[in-house]
Design a protein around this ligand. Structure first.
Ligand SMILES: *Cc1c(COP(=O)(O)O)cnc(C)c1O
Length: 224
């Protein structure tokens, strides 16, 4: 087993250019699996449930960087604010305000990504492109000194249609360029494009991704 997670990581990393960061999505996998990945050199892990992430954070090595990648309820921010390295799926001003508030309490600056809704599925969370434009043009985020908006995150549609997936990633890439130009031209920190999962990360990398979130291809199938 140990051998397998290490091999999976090596195989995936060999496919990633140097400028692409690998987030190992470990949700629903037990600590032993994460330790195998850790021993193979992986330091960034992605989780989508606040309690599970906090329990893992408390029992695993302190130099792990925890990315929260799921939908985060406002009332749960306080539990992860002391230690989270990045909150990847910010999809409302309300959530951003709460992150600012909780980060301030801990005297931290929390890096965040804005989550876009581009996929066809009606059920996925995220800001439409117009919502995202409105959030940024409103300007309140500029006064928040404890959150650092460092880029965009999105999930492509769940489909076998490669053309559709590619189209959605390219929409995100074009939108990133727009937002970079209009709001973050002078901000070197705003540079992360988080798209690509087990089934589509090679396409995502072709479409400008700088951060891929890969679970199943590293750890195997999840048992819910
Ligand atoms: C679960 C999850 C992933 C990883 O999915 P895999 O198909 O297992 O690689 C990536 N991003 C988000 C937001 C997820 O919830």
């Amino acid at each position: 087993m140990k051998h397998m997670i290490q091999e999976n990581l090596n195989r995936i990393k060999a496919q990633l250019p140097d400028h692409v960061t690998l987030v190992a999505v470990s949700k629903f996998h037990p600590n032993e699996r994460l330790i195998e990945a850790y021993d193979a050199g992986q330091r960034i892990f992605g989780e989508s449930h606040e309690q599970e992430m906090t329990a893992k954070h408390q029992s695993l090595p302190a130099d792990i960087e925890w990315h929260f990648i799921g939908h985060l309820q406002t009332n749960k921010v306080k539990y992860i604010a002391p230690y989270v390295s990045m909150i990847e799926a910010v999809d409302s001003m309300k959530l951003l305000r709460e992150i600012e508030k909780q980060a301030a309490k801990h005297n931290r600056v929390i890096p965040v990504l804005l989550e876009l809704h581009i996929a066809q599925e009606a059920t996925k969370y995220g800001l439409t492109l117009d919502d995202c434009r409105a959030l940024l043009s409103d300007g309140e985020w500029r006064s928040m000194s404890h959150v650092s908006i460092q880029g965009l995150m999105m999930m492509a549609s769940f489909t076998d249609d490669e053309q559709q997936i590619r189209k959605e990633f390219l929409t995100a890439k074009t939108f990133f360029e727009e937002v970079k130009r209009d709001y973050f031209a002078d901000d070197d920190q705003f540079r992360i494009r988080s798209w690509g999962m087990s089934d589509d990360f090679p396409i995502a990398v072709e479409c400008g991704s700088t951060m891929v979130r890969v679970g199943t291809s590293i750890f195997g199938h999840r048992e819910y």
